[in-house]
Design a protein around this ligand. Structure first.
Ligand code: ADP
Ligand code: ADP
Length: 227
């Protein structure tokens, strides 16, 4: 698993919004780091900078291990992403959605099929390869999105409010499975949420953000247990 380092990553947008103050952050190999904070505090901007969907202002650096990825676009970084709204292709089957990136990378059909089967098992959707995604529940859709993100064997998994669109019962089930999966994969993961319970349940460490700054960082116990 890869470590990630943000060094002096600030972000202002063209309209003058200062989304992030210069931010330093070290993410350990294989940990799940949660970015927690209220709407507008800069969580998604931070995640998008790690993904390569936004670039830090002059002087900011993003490193994956020893590699400076600051100017590399998303497809060169080896990141997988999962979003709140799934962003699946509605007219494709579950299998086609998961296989999409592999097909573009010209991974052979046999290998694709094997990986799709393995991924379906991993997210507990065995046997649903041929189902159209618009016939799935929200929880199942998010499992497909997760499988699709993992299909390209990313170095880093980025999750932006992946459970927010689900009702309470599904949220619980997907969260529990996601937790086990992140731990068994040992992949470096960054997880954005505004929900303290999710942060506590999923984070090895939690970064609390306020108005474009880190206000606290530590394990769930360090942050929430005050004897
Ligand atoms: P969070 O994910 O914590 O809700 P964001 O990172 O999305 O916060 O946003 C941080 C701040 O930057 C907010 O004030 C938001 O309105 C602003 N912002 C985000 N994206 C843009 C953009 N493309 N252009 C202008 N302002 C933006
Ligand atoms: P079908 O096999 O009926 O055409 P699928 O939903 O299985 O429909 O998806 C077919 C496409 O998606 C294939 O071209 C392949 O790229 C990929 N794919 C997804 N799952 C599988 C699978 N289990 N076996 C083979 N290809 C798969």
């Amino acid at each position: 698993a890869v470590s990630i380092r943000l060094s002096q990553c600030a972000k202002s947008f063209a309209n003058g919004t200062r989304a992030l103050q210069p931010l330093d952050l070290q993410i350990h190999p294989g940990e799940t780091l949660v970015l927690l904070g209220p709407s507008g505090c800069g969580k998604t901007t931070t995640l998008r900078m790690i993904a390569g969907l936004e670039f830090p202002d002059e002087g900011g650096r993003v490193l994956f291990g020893e590699e400076d990825v600051t100017m590399l676009p998303i497809e060169k970084r080896g990141v997988g992403m999962v979003f709140q709204n799934y962003a699946l292709f509605p007219n494709m089957s579950v299998g086609e959605n998961i296989a999409y990136g592999m097909k573009i990378r010209k991974i052979a059909a046999g290998e694709r099929a094997e990986r799709v089967e393995r991924l379906l098992e991993m997210v507990h959707l065995q046997g649903l390869s041929h189902r159209r995604v618009d016939q799935l529940s929200g929880g199942q859709k998010q499992r497909v999105a997760l499988a699709r993100a993992l299909a390209m064997e990313p170095r880093v998994l980025l999750l932006d409010e992946p459970l927010t669109a689900l009702d309470a019962k599904l949220r619980e089930a997907v969260r529990s499975d996601l937790n086990k999966l992140l731990r068994s994969l040992g992949i470096t993961a960054i997880y954005v949420t505004h929900d303290q319970g999710e942060a506590m349940a999923l984070g090895d460490r939690i970064v609390v953000m306020e108005r474009g700054k880190i206000s606290q960082i530590g394990t769930p116990q360090e942050i929430y247990y005050h004897p």
